[in-house]
Write a protein that binds this ligand. Structure first.
Ligand SMILES: Cc1cc2nc3c(=O)[nH]c(=O)nc-3n(C[C@H](O)[C@H](O)[C@H](O)COP(=O)(O)OP(=O)(O)OC[C@H]3O[C@@H](n4cnc5c(N)ncnc54)[C@H](O)[C@@H]3O)c2cc1C
Length: 472
């Protein structure tokens, strides 16, 4: 098929992945129009800012993994480098059996320091003995994929899974460890297993060799500033959901806007940067095999409740917040003391005599928990905080952000599913996909997938523009 030079490249979805893909394509092809169609009334997707108690802060993603280059490089690239900061503390707790226990050092929950784990008091004596016995187990040879839960229970027993690994994983995927793919979600742990017959010893070695560089970064004013900066200078159409994608002799036709009176735009190439159900619907007619597999990727819904409290009434707390194991039967999944974690939040709140924190609720297939109105969700959080930290006053202001279908679930076999999606998409020249569905839900992974989508567009347009400064 001949590529018509004057047709634009259309990116569907204005989250971090779509905006990054659009920026990359435009940078590599300065003469070509790049259009972003965003269905909602603002850019950013899960990166979102709201005002609570007079302070604007993140109500979606709030920290960036700094051990990977993509996110921090992009922050610098868009001119926010001077506002890059690291958390004041990342020392989290686990709220379990009514106590706030220090989170022991680990590689995604795999203990790397037995003394630390013992001192944390999270595990019972029997649970601790099971972990200590791991080096005596026969070596595990991984053939294919298995769930994180199966892997951890096999090596360390149920208690470590339930009390440490599950809450950690819940924080990232809002999912269930017994369903989530070990190869997709904890590849670093799978790699450790390949190199050492004992996962415990491998984790100890890995932590001993770990650098002291900060693991996470943030942006003064919130990571929600990143998509806003990215969108500057891009041609973004808000409130324009793509509703149909068709093939034409020259490339593609994208129908967008109202389903009753849609507008259309012809494109030389299209990047679909949408959550799995939305991508599945759009790709159905064009790449049915990809659409079918995308429909298999389930999503979890959650809510983030951000609250401001009068500083003088707020109890004294330690660390950056706490995670809650589902076995403890509480409503909240995690709480982050934003005012302790981020100095800029602390300063902004202090000016008003306030402290800010956020709590998250909701796990995969537990949507019922969220089917309460905002006031009830706030009350639920306050009740749990009263039990966890002795909170005795209500918030002076709050915001409830619901993230329906907010996190794709990387179920066992995810890598294979992604390979099948990519191969079906690659069979349609000029089509590319990116975003949280594919190579990781974290912001750096989404950015990397967007750069890969831009590479695919390059190959189709037949122009090798200047290569990315922020490639993986
Ligand atoms: C509560 C929460 C907290 C998180 N915290 C962190 C964190 O601290 N650090 C981290 O690294 N990651 C975090 N994540 C994960 C990360 O934020 C997301 O995985 C990532 O932002 C997803 O980006 P995306 O561009 O793939 O998708 P999205 O952000 O979902 O963007 C997709 C966009 O497409 C739009 N859209 C949908 N349908 C259409 C259509 N038909 N046409 C046009 N547009 C459409 C949507 O409105 C949206 O703007 C968090 C996620 C959640 C939900």
């Amino acid at each position: 098929m001949e590529v018509t030079p004057e047709l634009p490249v259309v990116v569907i979805g204005g989250g971090i992945a779509g905006l990054t893909a659009a920026r990359e394509v435009r940078r590599r092809h300065p003469g070509r129009q790049v259009l972003v169609l965003e269905g909602s009334d603002r850019v950013g997707g899960k990166l979102r800012l709201e005002e609570v108690g007079g302070v604007t802060l993140d109500v979606g993603a709030e920290s960036l993994l700094a051990r990977r280059p993509e996110a921090v490089d992009l922050v610098r690239d868009v001119g926010l480098g001077d506002d890059l900061v690291h958390p004041a503390t990342t020392k989290a707790r686990i709220w379990s059996r009514g106590r706030l226990c220090p989170l022991p050092r680990s590689v995604m929950g795999i203990p790397g320091d037995l003394d630390d784990l013992r001192a944390s008091g999270i595990l019972s004596a029997a649970g601790m003995a099971r972990v200590e016995g791991e080096p005596g187990l026969p070596r595990k040879i991984l053939d294919g994929d298995l769930s994180v839960g199966d892997l951890v229970v096999d090596r360390f027993g149920t208690e470590l899974l339930d009390r440490v690994v599950e809450p950690l994983l819940g924080g990232v995927y809002a999912g269930h460890a017994r369903e989530i793919s070990a190869r997709a979600a904890i590849p670093q742990v799978v790699a450790l297993l390949a190199g050492n017959p004992s996962l415990l010893h491998a984790a100890e070695d890995s932590l001993a060799a770990a650098s002291d560089d900060p693991v996470f970064a943030g942006i003064v004013g919130g990571v929600g500033r990143l998509p806003q900066e990215l969108a500057r200078g891009l041609d973004v159409r808000l409130g324009e959901p793509a509703i149909e994608l068709r093939r034409t002799p020259e490339g593609f036709r994208v129908l967008h806007g109202s389903a009753y009176r849609p507008s259309s735009v012809d494109a030389a190439a299209v990047v679909v940067a949408l959550p799995p159900p939305n991508a599945s619907r759009l790709l159905g007619p064009l790449a049915p095999a990809a659409a079918t597999v995308l429909a298999e990727v389930e999503v979890a819904s959650m809510a983030v409740v951000t609250m401001a409290f009068a500083a003088e009434q707020f109890p004294r707390v330690e660390g950056s917040g706490f995670l809650v194991p589902p076995v403890d039967g509480r409503s909240i999944k995690a709480a982050t003391y934003s005012f302790r974690k981020w100095d800029w939040v602390c300063r902004a709140g202090a000016d008003k005599g306030l402290v800010h924190l956020r709590a998250s609720l909701g796990r995969h297939r537990e949507e019922r928990e969220l089917q309460r109105d905002d006031f009830e969700l706030v009350d639920t959080v306050v009740v749990d905080l009263a039990a966890a930290i002795g909170l005795q006053s209500g918030p002076v202001d709050w915001h409830v952000q619901r993230w329906g279908g907010g996190l794709p679930q990387y179920a066992v076999g995810h890598l294979d599913r992604v390979a099948r999606i990519r191969s079906a998409v690659a069979a349609v020249p000029g089509l590319a996909v990116c975003g949280a569905t594919y190579d990781g839900v974290g912001v750096p992974a989404c950015i990397a997938s967007a750069v890969a989508a831009a590479d695919q567009v390059d190959r189709h347009l037949g122009v090798s523009g200047p290569q990315g400064t922020m490639g993986p």
